[in-house]
Design a protein around this ligand. Structure first.
Ligand SMILES: [Zn+2]
Length: 344
């Protein structure tokens, strides 16, 4: 049985799985030739890959499954591209079911009855409906609540107590930073509609880095920005919509159904990360406000999403502003340059 490494894969769940369980090894990896990476027996990945085999049917004119899953979900790293079939065949040696072991060797295609790509259309219809037809009641086919919860449970993430985040505010007055008690969420009666919160219900928006926090307040050149450091006051359960991996669904009893919800979850994550002008915020934020309310109602503490304004960064919206506290106000930052990109 051979070993593969974290650098063989592109998928974040597989990479983390290997980093957590593998052994750091200096010599070159058999598959991707990387040195100093974490190694793991390929059979250790069999449980994660086996459920995918049910999505395929053998067909003479088909393709290798290693290629098909890579095209769809970008599973393997570039470095392993010539040997990804060999790697998948090795992983398949540990499959428990015989049909799964057999099909991995066959030219195949995705089963014709699968509906893997349609759920993103549902979010588009739902968003259109909540923005301009009905805000609070939906036709049954657009009522996403009960449909989404089982998939959301699979992309939950725990944020440990005392995790650090940042928040920024543009200083409106003299050259003095806001005090700590002015750096949190506004009181309910002053809160305007945001990406996750409806007007009148305040949430606390935090960013992963100072850079993201500054981008999020959309400053102009020469603005002074007050920045505060926050820490979470307890362990929190949040939904992570930054990057969804199909391997998060490998353990689901209804794997096929859950994996078919990935486009829907991706659409929601992209909607949360879309820049929206303040003039249309009341309407355009309605779908993501619905999502946040659904999460809050089902007991989650917040949602993680990619920053709309800083590609590298991400944000955390906490439904209870008391879930994190301001521990330090940093010195004022002055915005020296703003990068403007425009189209005709
Ligand atoms: Zn490798």
């Amino acid at each position: 049985m051979s070993k593969c490494c974290n650098a063989c894969f592109n998928d974040n769940v597989i990479v983390r799985h290997i980093e957590n369980r593998g052994t750091k090894t200096e010599s070159a990896c058999v598959f991707c030739e990387s040195t100093n990476t974490h190694r793991i027996e390929t059979s250790n990945l069999s449980n994660l890959f086996e459920p995918f085999m049910q999505l395929f049917q053998a067909e003479e004119t088909g393709d290798k499954i290693s290629k098909l899953i890579d095209v769809k979900w970008s599973v393997f790293a570039e470095k392993v591209s010539n040997r990804k079939n060999e790697l998948l065949l090795d992983i398949a040696n540990g499959f428990r079911s015989e049909p799964a072991r057999n099909i991995v060797n066959e030219p195949s295609r995705f089963r014709s009855d699968l509906v893997l790509d349609q759920s993103s259309e549902l979010w588009r219809q739902f968003s259109g409906s909540i923005e301009s037809i009905n805000r609070f009641f939906y036709p049954e086919e657009l009522d996403l609540g009960s449909r989404l919860v089982p998939s959301l449970q699979l992309i939950e993430k725990e944020i440990k107590k005392e995790s650090i985040y940042f928040r920024a505010r543009i200083c409106t007055s003299e050259e003095r930073a806001f005090p700590a008690n002015k750096m949190g969420a506004p009181p309910n009666h002053k809160s305007t509609a945001g990406r996750a919160n409806p007007a009148g219900i305040a949430y606390l928006y935090l960013a992963d880095k100072i850079n993201t926090a500054v981008h999020e307040v959309r400053p102009s050149t020469l603005d002074l920005v007050s920045i505060a450091k926050f820490k979470t006051v307890s362990d929190l359960r949040v939904i992570d919509l930054r990057k969804i991996s199909p391997f998060q669904f490998s353990k689901a009893e209804d794997f096929e159904k859950q994996v078919s919800e990935i486009p829907l979850l991706n659409s929601i994550g992209e909607h949360l990360a879309k820049p929206i002008h303040s003039s249309t915020a009341n309407v355009k934020y309605a779908p993501t406000q619905y999502l946040s309310e659904l999460l809050k109602f089902n007991g989650w503490d917040g949602v993680l999403y990619k920053s709309a304004l800083n590609q590298e960064g991400y944000n955390l919206a906490l439904f209870n502003p008391e879930s994190a506290e301001c521990i330090k106000v940093l010195e004022l930052h002055s915005v020296s340059k703003v990068n403007v990109i425009y189209t005709p």
